[in-house]
Design a protein around this ligand. Sequence first.
Ligand code: FE
Length: 145
Amino acid sequence: MDQRITKTEDEWRRELTPAQYRVLRQAGTEPPFAGEYFDCHDDGMYRCAACGAELFRSDTKFDSGTGWPSFTEAAGSAVELHKDLSHGMLRTEVRCRACGSHLGHVFNDGPRPTGKRFCINSCALDLDRTPAAAPAPTGAEGGAA
Ligand code: FE
């Protein structure tokens, strides 16, 4: 899973939409409250829109009020973190470990249990709603979460 996917920028440009290319490959940020997933509560696995790697489980998603999909943790070791000094800020950039694409940033003001807020662009994600991709069911009567 740690195998790095390498493609030329021309290949990425052909495979991604212009909006996805700007975010994933040029570290852009989509406008808040405009993406597909910020208000999505469906079950499933959020995959990398560039390479399909499993990135975030829907049961770690929370409503941050920021207008971007927000998660308390990444799935396994799916992402890697990089110091980002752009725009006069010190932030921590989140990239897909498998393909190196930019996903968003992570902040330390998230809810328990992790205290993390992974602030991710909708267009960098592709929600896989197939039952096999969904997190283990917690049970209709409120099983262990
Ligand atoms: Fe990826």
